[in-house]
Write a protein that binds this ligand. Structure first.
Ligand SMILES: [Zn+2]
Length: 280
C-alpha cells in the first residue's frame, strides 16, 4: 500500500507517494483543483490508503475556510476523501505542517516557524503539538496591525505586517513607488534610488517586528526562519539574531535560539508526518 502526501502552496502543488513505489511531482497550483487532483491520483494509484494535505490557507476541522492565493472548489476535503474513497484524510494549514516538520528536525517541543515567502505566516508548536486556537487561526502573524500602507492586504486590511515583510508586500511597494525589476532585496538596496532601497530597509524592520512579537507572545525555545525571501537573503537571520534583544522582551530572549530553516520543503515533510499519525 502507499500513502499520498500533498503540499498545496500558493504557486505549486507538490506531492509524494510514500510507500513501495515512491514517486513525487509538482504542478502549478492555479491549474489544480485539490479534490479533483486527489481523485485522479487515487484512480491512478488505487493502492493509496491514506491522504494528508498541507494547504496554503485557513483550514478548520478538515474544511478549507479561505485561501488568499489558491482557487478552491470542494472545501470539505476530509469528508470528500473519506466518503468517496473510504480512506482517511487529513488537511492542515501549511505553516502548521512546516512547524511540525521543523519541531521534528530540531527536536524541540517549543518552537515557532516564521516563514516569509509570498505571504508572512507562522506555525506554533507548544508542548510538542500544533497550537490551533478556536477556529484553527492561531499563528496568523502576517495580519497583525503594524503600519498603515497606501494599499490593501489580501485580507482586506491596510495595516498588516505582511504588507511590509513578505514577497507580495515588497511587490506592492515596488509598484507603488515605481521601482523596476524583480522582487529582490539586494537589487533594491543596490538600485541607487533611496526610495527603492528603503523598501529593503522597511522589510528588515518589519520582519524583526514580527519575530520579536512571536518571541514575546509565544516564548519559543527556537525561532526558525524560512520561506522564499529568507532563503534568498540568508543574512536576514543574522540581522534578526542581532536585533531581537532590543525588540523582544529581554526575559523571552534568554536561552532562545534563532535558526534558518534547513528543510527543503518543510510543508510537504509536515504532511508526511501527519500520515504517520493517521489510523488506517
Ligand atoms: Zn492582512
Amino acid at each position: 500500500m502507499s500513502r499520498l502526501a500533498i503540499d498545496m502552496g500558493g504557486s505549486w502543488l507538490r506531492y509524494e507517494l510514500v510507500g513501495e513505489e515512491e514517486a513525487c511531482g509538482k504542478r502549478p497550483s492555479r491549474d489544480t483543483e485539490l479534490a479533483a487532483f486527489i481523485a485522479s491520483m487515487i484512480a491512478e494509484h488505487p493502492q493509496i490508503d491514506a491522504v494528508a494535505v498541507s494547504f496554503a490557507g485557513q483550514v478548520h476541522e478538515g474544511t478549507i475556510l479561505s485561501a488568499p492565493n489558491v482557487a478552491v472548489g470542494e472545501r470539505e476535503i476530509e469528508t470528500f476523501v473519506e466518503t468517496r474513497f473510504g480512506i482517511p484524510c487529513r488537511i492542515e494549514n501549511d505553516l502548521n505542517c512546516a512547524a511540525l516538520a521543523e519541531s521534528v528536525y530540531w527536536n524541540e517541543r517549543e518552537l515557532v516557524a516564521l516563514y516569509s515567502g509570498t505571504g508572512l505566516g507562522a506555525g506554533v508548536i507548544t508542548e510538542g503539538r500544533i497550537l490551533h486556537g478556536f477556529r484553527s487561526l492561531a499563528g496568523e502573524i502576517g495580519h497583525i496591525p503594524y503600519k498603515e500602507a497606501p494599499f490593501a492586504c489580501g485580507c482586506g486590511k491596510r495595516d498588516c505586517v505582511e504588507l511590509y515583510a513578505s514577497g507580495s508586500g515588497i511587490e506592492k511597494w515596488m509598484a507603488h513607488l515605481g521601482c523596476p525589476g524583480r522582487v529582490d532585496l539586494a537589487a533594491l538596496r543596490r538600485s541607487g534610488s533611496p526610495r527603492c532601497a528603503e523598501i529593503a530597509g522597511a522589510y528588515a524592520d518589519a520582519l524583526l517586528f514580527a519575530s520579536a512579537t512571536a518571541v514575546t507572545l509565544l516564548n519559543p525555545k527556537i525561532l526558525v526562519l524560512g520561506g522564499g525571501v529568507v532563503r534568498h537573503n540568508p543574512d536576514l537571520v543574522d540581522q534578526i539574531r542581532k536585533g531581537i534583544g532590543r525588540s523582544a522582551l529581554a526575559a523571552s530572549c534568554e536561552g532562545l535560539r534563532i535558526e534558518a530553516s534547513r528543510i527543503a520543503d518543510a510543508s510537504l515533510e509536515g504532511a508526511k508526518l501527519l500520515l504517520d499519525t493517521m489510523e488506517r
